[in-house]
Design a protein around this ligand. Structure first.
Ligand SMILES: O=C(COP(=O)(O)O)[C@H](O)[C@H](O)COP(=O)(O)O
Length: 323
């Protein structure tokens, strides 16, 4: 698949879920480099790769795993002295990212499963590989668990989730998003994934997550977020906000109906923000943490300092550097 095809598939959500978007984008960068002729001109190679990275970055705005993964790969490529060094660094960093991303999922699954007691009923929302990994691992350990899964309008990611659960013979209850509060009394805990985590520990995930967390808080049920460390958004330290993606109106209301309702406006925000106060723990590959430790994760695991962030931030403002 070409880089443009990958970008298109991310945009149209054939490739979706924050972790997968990051892994596929990084493989697309690595494969794209292989298609470029060897000219011996390091600057031209780096320019072309920055352009390619820009295309991928422009696909979907919310999952911070995408810019974080691209930064992890491109950071040292930018300072390579020769084209060959730039190519080698890019290959190595891309492979390392993909490997560490998969390892992180395994570690999160192992830790998350420890938080799912035998006999419990778990509610999940959307289709998160990290969250499902914990549920599947609990089942693999022989725990007798049940899952309550939401539909996830308008894209119905819940159908992907119930297919995986069914394939793994996990008893599952499926219901419309608006039934979440009614279902809360039947479950023991909530496990979801994340697209971005801000410096104050707020979690950005599929729209509806914040309502689930609110209802869980009211019902005194724990909310566990599962997230690889590259889902933390370092630039929120500098006050940058996470952009909530708004998708096309016709995902919610067909054009032919909308055309008959000139006074009706359709909104389709596809993510929302759950404040840290409604989250009991965030399970990362670095351990299970309270959300208020988000800053520590950013400093210790994302591996770039405030100076660099400031430069990126100023660069982004003037349009001259990494987005
Ligand atoms: O909100 C979504 C997917 O939204 P969309 O379907 O719009 O991409 C998932 O919960 C997170 O991305 C985490 O997923 P994972 O744990 O797989 O990274």
């Amino acid at each position: 698949m070409t880089l443009l095809q990958t970008a298109e598939q991310i945009q149209t959500m054939q490739i979706r879920g924050a972790g997968k978007i990051a892994r596929e984008a990084v493989s697309a960068l690595r494969d794209h480099a292989e298609t470029l002729p060897h000219t011996g001109d390091a600057a031209a190679f780096i320019r072309e790769m920055e352009h390619a990275a820009g295309i991928l970055l422009g696909t979907r705005p919310t999952a911070v795993s995408l810019p974080n993964a691209i930064q992890m790969v491109m950071r040292d490529v930018r300072t390579a002295r020769t084209e060959e060094a730039a190519r080698r660094i890019l290959r190595e960093k891309a492979d390392a990212f993909i490997w560490s991303s998969r390892t992180a999922l395994d570690r999160i699954a192992a830790m998350g499963a420890n938080h799912i007691p035998d006999g419990s009923v778990v509610m999940t929302h959307c289709n998160s590989k990290a969250a499902l990994g914990c549920i599947l691992e609990a089942k693999r350990q022989g725990k007798n668990i049940e899952v309550y899964a939401t539909e996830v309008r308008p894209w119905n990611q819940g159908r992907l989730t119930i297919k995986t659960l069914n394939d793994n013979e996990i008893p599952t209850t499926y219901f419309v998003d608006s039934a979440v509060r009614s279902m809360m009394k039947e479950i023991d805990l909530v496990i979801v994934g994340a697209d971005a985590i801000t410096v104050n520990g707020a979690v950005v995930n599929k729209v509806g997550t914040s309502q689930i967390a609110l209802c869980a808080n009211e019902a005194r049920k724990n909310v566990i977020v599962t997230a690889e460390t590259y889902k933390f958004a370092p630039r929120t330290i500098l006050g940058e906000l996470i952009q909530i993606e708004e998708r096309a109106q016709n995902e919610v209301l067909p054009d032919e109906i909308a055309a008959t309702l000139p006074f009706v406006r359709v909104k389709n925000p596809v993510f929302d923000v759950t404040p840290a106060d409604y989250i009991d723990m965030i399970i990362t590959e670095a351990g299970a943490l309270p959300p208020h430790l988000a800053y520590t994760i950013m400093r210790e695991y994302l591996g770039w300092g405030l100076d660099e962030l400031q430069n990126q931030f100023l660069g982004a403002r003037t349009g001259t550097e990494f987005r």
